[in-house]
Write a protein that binds this ligand. Structure first.
Ligand code: MG
Ligand code: ZN
Length: 220
């Protein structure tokens, strides 16, 4: 079921306060949450789709989909029969904490183990607006080029996990994985780096195992 909310930007000064509220609501309920960021076309929705497909029998998911307009991505996830809130920002190119707060207040939190927020496709300002979500994930695909870490350092710096997506296309595209990884580790030594293909499923288990470990920590 998709609920659609239209919420516009608020004052920047309010953002951090509301982000803290979101964070305590989720912490109190022991919900593991992910903020999925990345450029348009990096494969964020397909990554989410594959994650739910592989774990839907083990955990209960809730989704907040952020888009400037429309509900295209929400409709792709509707088949899982999970609660989805679609947020339309009406122009803003990032999600803000007040939007996410409205989103979670419209979700049945008591029936959710893992909350996935898909941010607006953009490598710049989503990194500048904390939204109170526990783990930041940046999805970067090899079709975008190996220079993304160097060009958008803040995004990679604030992320806990970097997914290098679409590795099934490596035979067809000039992309130096080592160069990407070296730059990433230089900028953000603690980051968890996983290369995979959401389409073919190659290496996807590495991410699934990592997520299971996070869930175990959350519940212990
Ligand atoms: Mg998407
Ligand atoms: Zn923006």
């Amino acid at each position: 079921m998709i609920k659609i909310l239209r919420i516009e930007e608020s004052l920047f000064s309010e953002n951090e306060k509301i982000a803290n509220e979101v964070s305590s609501i989720l912490k109190e309920r022991k919900i593991l949450s992910f903020n999925i960021m990345g450029a348009p076309g990096s494969g964020k929705t397909t990554f989410i789709e594959k994650t739910i497909e592989m774990l839907k029998n083990d955990f209960r998911f809730g989704i907040i989909e952020g888009d400037v307009e429309g509900k295209y991505d929400s409709e792709k996830l509707e088949k899982f029969n999970i609660p989805i809130v679609q947020i339309n920002t009406g122009g803003a190119c990032h999600l803000e904490a007040n939007m996410v707060k409205n989103g979670i207040l419209n979700l049945p939190l008591e029936n959710i183990d893992i909350l996935i927020v898909e941010n607006i496709g953009n490598l710049i300002c989503p990194a500048e607006f904390p939204i109170g979500i526990e783990k930041n994930i940046v999805v970067s695909s090899i079709t975008e080029g190996e220079d993304k870490v160097e060009k958008y350092p803040l995004m990679f710096k604030i992320s806990h996990i970097c997914i290098l997506n679409k590795i099934d296309l490596l035979p067809y595209i000039d992309f130096n994985v080592k160069k990407f990884e070296d730059e990433l580790k230089r900028l953000s030594p603690q980051i968890n780096f996983i290369k995979l293909s959401s389409k073919t499923g190659e290496n996807f288990n590495q991410w699934i195992e990592f997520l299971r470990k996070l869930m175990k920590e959350k519940r212990s």
